[in-house]
Ligand binder design. Sequence first.
Ligand code: HEC
Ligand SMILES: [Cu+2]
Length: 449
Amino acid sequence: MALAIALVVMVVASVLFHFLSPWWATPLASNWKQMDDTLTITLVITGIFFIGINLFVGYIVWRYRHEAPHPNGGTGHRASYHPENSKLELWLIGGTTLGVVALLAPGLFVYADYVRPPRDAMVMEVVGQQWSWAFRFPGKSGQLGASDPRFVTGANPLGLDPDDPRGLDNIVIVGPEVHLPLNKPVKVLLRSKDVLHDFYVPPFRARMNMVPGMVTSFWFTPTQAGRFEILCAQLCGVGHYNMRGTVVVEAPAAYEAWLARQQTFAVTLAKAAAPPAAMAAAAPGAAGDAGTIEKGRALAQSKGCVGCHSIDGNPGVGPTWKGLYGKTETFADGSSARVDDAFLHEEITDPQARLVKGFGPLMPTLPVSEDEVSALIAYIKSAGSEAAAAGTVAPADIPAGPAAATSAAATAAAGPAAPAATPGAASGTYTTSTAVAVPPSAAPAPARK
Ligand code: HEC
Ligand SMILES: [Cu+2]
């Protein structure tokens, strides 16, 4: 009897929980209503069976419960045991087969659509690495140039073939934020530079694994303007939780304007080849050499440092770089040292030598040349000193993770708007408002070099 009641209570509570719980999917912001429909079909079918089977079992347990024979004549109850019933089994096999087909078939039809983009779809490449995102759009020629891991360098983080003319006008965005035009189908090409990642934007109901060594692809049409969070949906290492980004969906004109402000591969190459002196001359009076700082910023992205180190003051897997330079750092063994160039050099080239207090021995020894170490040090310095904040590399220009960019915007705005742009308000949320209300891009646009 108690068991029968427990089963009924479980069914009623589950159904109530389903309808009363506040945890529903985010509002749909793409064409993929079929994803929701497929989930609904699955939920309805499994829900009907869950309710039916449990209530049936509850009823049977109660109806055929054991009863001892009564001393004054009653016969009592005793369940009889039927080990085989081929007719019933055939019915069950047939019914289950139909149910499973009904669960799987709609998904196959939707998947066939999902990987077959419309002919007029634009192309966006997304490249994942531990633990950051990069993006590429074809330029005027409309074609993406070839890429290969052997071309990857600090200045060429996506490994584009410098000899492929189709790649020269490609627009390369190394950083967590990408823009897309509203209501235009996008074919997404996915690559990974290291391990399995998964590009996932929940309100688009679209995601796919990024597999090292191959290009995967799907398409979608954004149907709502706003800022949408990108997540990595494969556990890809200690910095996985921090592998986030933002898709800004906006009117086509705003998108075109944004795209025009981005750098082509040819320009990036030219800058990397330019002698540093020329870069410094372009930005006199900078704290440090602007070209070197920019190179350090690019390296921090391409080597994956930003997956563990922020420049916004929030510790990640590793200590933040904000205000690091010049401070006195304490180590796990209780000793301490002032953070100067030599300190940074040792931390970067031999991370295991000393352990910063409060952090685990998680920093990998990454392959960096002396040149690259100098650039990284220049960048870390710039993230720490007051001069740099006002200098040529404006914080809002440093894509070191969504939180960093947002709080940099808050600092830049330094006004009543700032509270609305706290990382807490921005992270883990999406918004479907048409006005892009709290974006890094609302900050005074820093001059692109
Ligand atoms: C997997 C996460 C991870 C990555 C990737 C990583 N670090 Fe670290 N880093 C840490 C951790 C954890 C610490 C603190 C523990 C220690 O001292 O080893 C640290 C410490 C440091 C420190 C000393 C900070 C301080 O407060 O004294 C510097 C400088 C540094 N890392 C630079 C870099 C650079 C440059 C890169 C990229 C080339 C990088 N790290 C990549 C995790 C990481
Ligand atoms: Cu990942």
